[in-house]
Write a protein that binds this ligand. Structure first.
Ligand SMILES: C[S@@+](CC[C@H](N)C(=O)[O-])C[C@H]1O[C@@H](n2cnc3c(N)ncnc32)[C@H](O)[C@@H]1O
Ligand SMILES: Nc1nc2[nH]cc(C(=O)O)c2c(=O)[nH]1
Ligand code: SF4
Ligand SMILES: [Mg+2]
Length: 211
């Protein structure tokens, strides 16, 4: 049993520690600007210093929620796409949740650090690798999008090392760490102009003041 939470209570993924769920606009990466219903699961053992979702880290704060309730809410609006995020969603068996959502004809997108084994079905995987707990090998070939957070210049070389491991079709994004976004942006702009395989992703929802 993993330590992050009491897995016995999760009934093989039929219950999950739900932090919050909301219908908003995908703010980052390839699908930026598209409406999507977000399902945020609690628990993460990666520990990024600058994580903007630190409140999710302790899964014990979030009671196991029946996935039928989550699916009911996600299908009670106009959403055609679901983003499963966290915390680190791959801490949990995601087969039951993703197949229930798929049964409603929804597109399913994943936000992950890739540091735990995959489970479930996804139409789109956004891999955001972290130095202190790198992705498992399978995360690189499953990724449709590689989104590297850049807080200093040295992160660019590390971004390239990750890019060497993804598939040829994988989209490449550099995303400024939010608290240094203003300072680091000129470097990212020059880098992407010189290395056009990369694109810039900014956290547009933070400028739009939406969740
Ligand atoms: C909160 S994480 C949850 C999903 C998963 N744990 C992961 O890291 O991919 C969602 C996305 O936000 C990014 N992110 C978190 N904090 C950020 C920050 N301060 N600035 C920019 N991006 C950030 C992560 O890298 C990830 O792409
Ligand atoms: N609007 C919006 N877009 C997002 N894209 C990825 C997010 C995440 O926290 O996983 C996120 C988020 O928190 N809000
Ligand atoms: S892996 Fe994701 S949720 Fe976990 S600390 Fe890093 S950014 Fe936050
Ligand atoms: Mg976020």
């Amino acid at each position: 049993m993993k330590e992050a939470t009491n897995y016995d209570l999760l009934d093989g993924g039929r219950k999950l520690p739900l932090v919050e769920d909301f219908y908003t606009i995908q703010g980052e990466g390839f699908h930026t600007g598209k409406p999507a219903y977000f399902i945020r699961l609690g628990g993460c053992d990666v520990g990024c210093r600058w994580c903007d979702a630190k409140y999710t880290w302790n899964p014990k704060l979030y009671p196991p929620t029946d996935i039928s309730e989550v699916v009911r809410r996600a299908t009670s609006c106009q959403a055609q796409a679901i983003v499963i995020t966290g915390g680190e969603p791959l801490l949990y068996p995601l087969g039951p949740l993703t197949s229930a959502l798929k049964g409603h004809g929804l597109k399913i997108f994943l936000e992950t650090s890739g540091s735990h084994p995959f489970s479930g079905y996804f139409d789109w995987v956004c891999l955001s690798p972290k130095r202190q707990q790198p992705p498992l090998p399978e995360a690189f070939w499953r990724a449709h999008e590689l989104k590297v957070i850049v807080e200093r210049e040295a992160d660019l070389q590390w971004a390239e090392r990750n890019a060497e491991q993804v598939g040829r079709e994988c989209k490449l994004f550099l995303q400024p760490e939010w608290s240094v976004s203003e300072e680091i942006m000129p470097l990212l702009v020059e880098y992407v102009k010189a290395h056009p395989a990369w694109n810039i992703s900014i956290q547009t929802h933070k400028y739009m003041h939406i969740p």
